[in-house]
Ligand binder design. Structure first.
Ligand code: SF4
Length: 317
C-alpha cells in the first residue's frame, strides 16, 4: 500500500471478489507509511507497517538497476518491497501479493519489461497480481488456480488517470486524486546531499540521514561538513539530533543559527564554522561577536568575525 489512488483501487477490485486482504506498507528515512495508514484506515483495511531501512540502505548504495533521475532506485526498491511482501505472504499463509502498479504509468519502473524484472527478481513472480493491469499481463498462479477471477480484473495502461478517476467515483473514494509521492529520493536537492554523504561518510548512521532533511549544508572539505539551521524549528531539530561526538555552535549574546559539525573537526575548520555561524547571525558586519562551541558537556567561547559571504555559494551542498 502506498496510499495512492491506484493502491486503494487494487484493494477494491479484489475485495469485490470476496477475497480477504491485509495491507503492507514500508517505511525508511526517505519515505513514510503515513499516507498508507490514512488510506487503509479510510477503507477499513488492516495494515502492517514494516521498517525496511537497513536493507534499503544496502541496496541504495549500489542498486543493480541504477537510479532514476535523482537518487531513486525505483526498480530495486520495488524488488525489495515485493520480496518483503512475499515473506509476509508466506508467514501469514496467504495466497498472493497484490500491487496497484499500472502498466506503462511510470516509464522507469512500470514498463512491461520492468514489471517482469521486478516480479522475477523478488522471488515471488507467480504470486504477484496487478489487478489494475492484470488482463494485459501473463496469467499468475492465483488466477490459474481460480483463487482470483481473472475475468473481473482490469486492463488499464498508460499515464492517463481517466479510468482510475471514474472508478474512484464508482467506489465513492475521495481525497486520493494525486499519486502518493513524497519519496525524498526523487527530490534533486535531497539527492545531492545524499550523494555527498555517500561519497564522504562510509560509517553513517540513521541520524545522518535525518540531518539531510534540515538546514543548509556546507562542505568545508573532504573531512568536514557543517549544517546551519535556517529557522528556529530547524535549530531545535539540529540540537535534538546532535550527539556527544559532534560540535554544536551558537552565538552567545545575539540571535543566530545553530551550527552542527557532525563528528567534530580540527581547530581551523572549527573557526571557519564559527565564522559562518556569525555570518548567518545578527552580528553587525565587520565586528567580532562571541561564539559558543560545545562538545559533549563542555563549552568554549571565542570572539570571531563573520566569514566573508563571497565564497559561501561554492560550499553549499
Ligand atoms: S519513488 Fe522512492 S519509494 Fe517509490 S519506488 Fe522509487 S525509490 Fe522506492
Amino acid at each position: 500500500m502506498s496510499g495512492g489512488l491506484d493502491s486503494v483501487l487494487a484493494v477494491k477490485v479484489i475485495q469485490e471478489q470476496g477475497i480477504e486482504l491485509e495491507g503492507v506498507a514500508f517505511e525508511t528515512p526517505f519515505f513514510s507509511a503515513n499516507k498508507a495508514v490514512e488510506a487503509s484506515r479510510a477503507i477499513g483495511l488492516p495494515l502492517t507497517v514494516v521498517d525496511i531501512t537497513e536493507e534499503h540502505l544496502v541496496m541504495l548504495r549500489a542498486p543493480r538497476y541504477g537510479y532514476g533521475r535523482n537518487m531513486n532506485p525505483c526498480i530495486d526498491c520495488h524488488i525489495l518491497m515485493l520480496k518483503k511482501a512475499g515473506e509476509i505472504m508466506e508467514a501469514r499463509g496467504a495466497h498472493c501479493i497484490l500491487t496497484g502498479e499500472v502498466l506503462g504509468q511510470r516509464p522507469m519502473s512500470q514498463g512491461k519489461q520492468s514489471l517482469h524484472v521486478v516480479a522475477k527478481r523478488s522471488g515471488y513472480q507467480p504470486y504477484i497480481v496487478r489487478p489494475l493491469s492484470a488482463r494485459l499481463l501473463p496469467e499468475t498462479m492465483p488466477e490459474m488456480e481460480g483463487k482470483v477471477d481473472r475475468s473481473r480484473l482490469l486492463d488499464i495502461q498508460g499515464r492517463g488517470r481517466k479510468r482510475q478517476m471514474e472508478m474512484a467515483d464508482r467506489y465513492r473514494i475521495t481525497g486520493y486524486a494525486t499519486p502518493a509521492g513524497g519519496c525524498l529520493l526523487t527530490d534533486p536537492g535531497f539527492s545531492k546531499r545524499l550523494r555527498d554523504l555517500f561519497a564522504h561518510d562510509t560509517n553513517m548512521e540513521i541520524r545522518d540521514l535525518e540531518l539531510l532533511k534540515v538546514g543548509r549544508h556546507l562542505r568545508l572539505n573532504d573531512e568536514t561538513k557543517i549544517i546551519v539551521g535556517r529557522k528556529q524549528r530547524e535549530n531545535a531539530i539540529i540540537t535534538e539530533l546532535s550527539e556527544d561526538h559532534d560540535i554544536v555552535i551558537n552565538m552567545r549574546d545575539i540571535p543566530g543559527p545553530t551550527v552542527l559539525v557532525p563528528y567534530g573537526c580540527g581547530g581551523e575548520d572549527l573557526r571557519r564554522a564559527a565564522g559562518i555561524c556569525a555570518l548567518y547571525s545578527h552580528a553587525p558586519d565587520g565586528l567580532k561577536a562571541v561564539v559558543e562551541w560545545r562538545t559533549g558537556g563542555s563549552a568554549q567561547y571565542v570572539e570571531i568575525e563573520p566569514t566573508d559571504e563571497e565564497g559561501m555559494p561554492k560550499l553549499i551542498i
